[in-house]
Design a protein around this ligand. Structure first.
Ligand code: BGO
Length: 738
């Protein structure tokens, strides 16, 4: 076999020494074409295999900052050596692996030479080559170039790599929310137009655009000026955004995350320091407490609990203001609109539907603010790091943590980017198990449902209940993952590495921008999708209306009651005279009339399309404690989870005797005989686990590449949700909790 082997590495890593040790006298020196960079070539043989060795210029990175970097990169692309041996200085692994990670991101077949292992040892650093190789997925061979030790093992590993002949999948590192989203979006466009993809991986091209790589920008502009300029526009947008929110640039953030990746990698048992060399950085010192095996999880739970306490305590007043505003708006519309369908649409459909969702904007804003602090400071990455260990037990991967957190692991995320974040997982099985279970997390849309039920039934312990909901979601997701990994998505586990970016003090401006962006997304959704769905569901709950004969029957009942007491003053509840005192007979009359009104409203709702669907499902859902109105709300929740609240708002206001009497939905539920804390728990459980919203299902289909998994997630999740909710309700009822 004959093959070309490129030697690469940082300056002073021992590249020349190794080159000489490998090639001996069989070498010659020239120049790379067109530049004055020296090119050394030589040859050697191993077990009958002929290897042509090319010494690449020493570089620290693969971005076109210097002529050496451009030469090294161009050689890899134009000559396509069968294997690259990256010589890393084992006594200075963190910095040297920076280049190795970039080779892996480029999808280059790589073998690591852990050189200067003797120097590392002298400095008290013991490197576990096997562990490093396992984590990075490439061979790592300890060498001492000066004495030639390890030379044969290195050649053997290189020959084996050539014989494998498999082009490795490029390494995907997560660069944080902002960059990952931009990268995914740019990658899609690059792939769609096969832009430079004959030379480089699509994500790598996107990354180079973000890093402002002069050579790739120039190549791109020549090849497809239109696409290049649209990519640059995205880069400008991201750059502005990062400058405002994190006071940094894409390039710096990319480098932070790469170092974070390496840092985390080395922490996973790759390096053992024999004695303290005072080389601990500030972040390391903080990490000693925050990611401590025992202290870390306790601090993490306290932080999450503190976040909920902060959110519920400070949002209480503004939530009341917004609710008050919608109440006032309802009164205003009730007073000024003429009786009829339009009034019902405005009051029951729009104001109660959208108002119910908008009422939670302050709460969501506070929650997002708290989460932005955790995220921007770098703490969230530590949470992920700590949970890594737990994830392996459930057949998931360390990188699954980020997908869970983005999906709402700390309440308030969204499963759509969460499902997309699973792209950082290399094993398809682990990726599938993650994307199927990430929607169990408590996304921002489920929050209003929980907030409503907590306000109605558990107002005395809001933060505690929210904390319990978080724990239930995590436990459920992990157990479901374990179940999937032992059945439909069986397969071996792969090693994991996570990025730990250094700690930063978040800027107030950045926190406000991140909070506002997410809140605005929520408000926009309430004003568009949810408004639309609220109107459709209102129509479904209003039509067809009761037949004339049935309406006339209720009217006859009213007339009959009124006729029994010709002298009593009959009035509507809530009117001004109500409090002035009625005689006992008049009060009794009024109650009877109210009962007829209520029966008519309920009969009307039940007769409607939605009512019929809800009622048809009732025989099954009763086991979980849900009546037909809740069924309608849950069906609406499949379009978007916030709709559960808006639909309950509409259903209960349509079913009310007097919809003009503005009462927050939470009070209506608390006063309703169909509801109890047990029903609330059952609905909470169901909401956590049942079918993801429609957009998430589409994303699951796209990411898994099959409708089968989209359909699976709808049926599997709903079945899990139903079994759990019915279990809770039945056991609770048995114990006398209803
Ligand atoms: C001098 N172990 C040890 N201990 N040293 C090594 C090893 C190893 O595994 N590998 C290389 N070195 P280059 P680049 C030197 O030159 O190959 C040493 O830039 C000296 N020179 O011997 O040049 C190697 O090609 C005077 O050391 O690196 C060399 O990648 C005193 O690392 C240096 C001491 O190797 C760099 C060392 C006049």
């Amino acid at each position: 076999m004959e093959a070309t082997v490129a030697l690469a590495g940082n300056p002073n890593s021992g590249k020349t020494t190794l080159f000489n040790a490998l090639t001996g006298a069989r070498q010659h020196v020239g120049n790379y074409p067109g530049v004055t960079v020296e090119k050394k070539e030589g040859s050697c043989s191993h077990n009958g295999n002929q290897l042509h060795i090319v010494d690449l210029p020493g570089t620290y990175s693969l971005t076109a900052y210097s002529i050496e970097e451009v030469v090294a990169r161009d050689f890899l692309i134009s000559q396509k050596p069968e294997v690259v041996i990256d010589i890393v200085d084992a006594s200075n692994l963190e910095r040297n692996l920076y280049l190795a990670v970039q080779f892996l991101e480029m999808g280059v077949p790589l073998v690591l030479s852990l050189n200067m292992i003797d120097v590392a040892r002298q400095r008290g650093i013991e490197v576990d080559a096997k562990r490093l190789s396992e984590l990075l997925g490439v061979p790592a061979v300890p060498t001492i170039a000066r004495s030639g030790r390890g030379k044969d093992d290195l050649l053997a590993a290189a020959v084996l790599k050539v014989k494998e002949g498999r082009k490795p999948d490029p390494l995907v590192i997560s660069y944080g929310d902002d960059l990952d989203l931009a990268l995914a979006e740019m990658e899609g466009r690059i792939r769609a137009q096969s832009f430079l993809t004959n030379l480089y991986p699509a994500r790598w091209v996107a990354l180079k655009f973000l890093e402002g790589d002069a050579q790739i920008l120039e190549k791109g502009r020549k090849l497809n000026p239109e696409l290049a300029s649209s990519l640059e526009k995205t880069v400008h947008k991201v750059t502005d955004h990062l400058a405002k929110t994190l006071d940094t640039e894409p390039e710096a953030l990319i480098s932070d995350h790469r170092y974070g990746y390496i840092h985390a990698l080395l922490k996973q048992g790759v390096i053992q320091r024999q004695y303290n060399q005072n080389r601990l950085y500030a972040s390391d010192t903080i990490d000693r407490f925050l990611t401590h095996r025992l202290l870390g999880p306790i601090i993490m739970l306290l932080v999450v609990m503190g976040l909920y306490k902060f959110t519920f305590t400070y949002s209480e007043m503004p939530v009341a203001w917004v609710e008050g505003f919608f109440g006032w708006l309802g009164d205003l519309a009730a007073a000024h609109l003429p009786e009829g369908l339009f009034k019902s649409l405005v009051l029951s459909g729009i104001i109660d539907g959208v108002g119910g969702v908008m009422g939670f904007v302050p709460l969501i804003m506070f929650m997002f603010f708290g989460i932005s602090i955790l995220e921007d400071s770098g703490y969230l990455a530590r949470v992920a790091y700590m949970l890594d260990r737990v994830f392996r037990i459930f057949g998931l991967h360390g990188n699954s943590v980020m997908a869970y957190i983005v999906s709402g692991g700390i309440a308030g995320g969204c499963a759509v980017p969460g499902v997309m974040a699973t792209r950082t997982l290399r094993s398809p099985k682990e990726r599938l198990a993650t994307l199927l279970t990430a929607p169990f997390m408590n996304c921002g849309a489920k929050l209003p449902v929980f907030a409503l039920l907590i306000a109605a039934f558990f107002a005395e312990n809001e933060a505690g209940i929210m904390f319990a909901i978080t724990i239930i979601a995590w436990a459920g997701a992990l157990l479901a993952a374990k179940l999937l990994r032992s059945t439909v998505v069986k397969g071996p586990a792969t090693p994991f590495v996570m990025e730990l970016p250094p700690y930063r003090i978040p800027t107030f401006k950045g926190l406000c921008i991140h909070t506002w962006e997410r809140t605005w997304q929520y408000i926009k959704k309430a004003g568009t999708v949810i408004l639309g769905i609220a109107i459709i569901l209102w129509a479904m709950m209003t039509f067809p209306s009761l037949s004339d004969s049935r309406a006339a029957e209720f009217e006859r009942q009213r007339i009959a009651i009124a006729a029994e007491a010709p002298t009593a003053t009959v009035q509507k509840p809530g009117s001004a005279q109500e409090d002035t005192g009625l005689s006992a007979a008049a009060q009794q009359l009024q109650d009877r009339l109210e009962a007829v009104d209520h029966a008519e409203a309920e009969a009307g709702l039940r007769y409607s399309v939605a009512g019929r669907i809800g009622t048809a499902l009732e025989s099954v859902t009763r086991l979980a404690g849900f009546d037909w109105r809740t069924n309608i709300a849950l069906l609406g929740g499949f379009a978007a989870k916030e709709v559960v609240v808006s639909t309950l708002g509409t259903a209960y206001s349509l079913g009310e005797v007097d919809p003009e009497q503005s009462e927050p939905l939470s009070e209506r539920l608390a006063n309703s005989p169909e509801w109890s804390p047990l029903v609330a728990w059952s609905l909470i459980i169901f909401t956590i686990f049942y079918a993801p919203c429609f957009v998430t299902v589409v994303c699951i289909v796209r990411e898994s590449g099959s409708w089968k998994w989209g359909a699976f997630s709808v049926t599997f999740n709903t079945a899990v949700a139903y079994v759990l909710a019915a279990g809770v309700y039945q056991i609770g009822t048995f114990l006398g909790g209803s």
